[in-house]
Design a protein around this ligand. Sequence first.
Ligand SMILES: Cc1cc2nc3c(=O)[nH]c(=O)nc-3n(C[C@H](O)[C@H](O)[C@H](O)COP(=O)(O)OP(=O)(O)OC[C@H]3O[C@@H](n4cnc5c(N)ncnc54)[C@H](O)[C@@H]3O)c2cc1C
Length: 236
Amino acid sequence: MTGLAARLADLASDAMLDTAQVTGYSRLSPEFARLELSAEAFRTATWVPGAKLQIRPRRGSMSLRTYTPTKWDAGRGVTELIAYTHGTGPAARWFEQVTDGQACAVFGPRRSIDLRGATGPVLFIGDESSVALACALRTLAVDLRFVFEARDPAGLTDVLGRLGIIDRVAVVAKSGDRAELLGQARHDARPVPYSLIVTGDAATVHAVRRDSRGWDRRPRQVTGKAYWAEGRTGLD
Ligand SMILES: Cc1cc2nc3c(=O)[nH]c(=O)nc-3n(C[C@H](O)[C@H](O)[C@H](O)COP(=O)(O)OP(=O)(O)OC[C@H]3O[C@@H](n4cnc5c(N)ncnc54)[C@H](O)[C@@H]3O)c2cc1C
């Protein structure tokens, strides 16, 4: 980006985005960061569990990256993000390097998945990028089963344990044909009317949606959202 374009991006960002402060940072594992953000604007924001919050990881660019608040405390103006810091994308690097007290430009919260409808039994399918959504869901629903695919199943199981997601959780290794994931999902499909929520890799969301149409115990409702896709950056 040229110097002028970068300056214009900063001007636009300052006008359109809110400023939050990092008020807490810890590592759940070498690949997962937990971040507390505080902002005056968060006190008046309308948050729906499952909504998204976007951050601007680089000055001089308007490019945003999307995350899922696990909870929202409007009284204190505080929220929490959990980020999978894979690879070398701008957000992954930002979450690797961020420090307490640092300022952060944010946009949102804005509507994405609305978890408020998840009142009955839920089968939740996701991956590393879906951990925060699982945390948000846990604050609402009680009859939950989780199936995760992961590059490092033992590592993700450990992180989920630290977050208290221990019961009725299966973590399978990510594979090209998704056979183990789909088999586990079919196995965990409920004998009573239930909702299926699937997020994460776009290819997995597509495969689960398609496969679920043939399950004996089909969900009454399917909510799916791609959180990332191979070779694409910054899905919204
Ligand atoms: C509504 C919504 C909510 C989301 N909530 C969360 C959340 O709470 N926590 C979270 O960690 N992520 C979440 N994501 C996913 C996150 O926005 C992406 O992973 C994002 O691409 C990360 O930005 P980056 O700058 O690190 O990488 P990018 O510059 O966007 O991508 C760099 C490369 O990494 C690949 N890549 C991106 N994400 C992944 C991944 N998860 N696994 C493997 N490869 C990947 C891309 O295909 C690309 O090749 C959410 C996405 C959406 C759309």
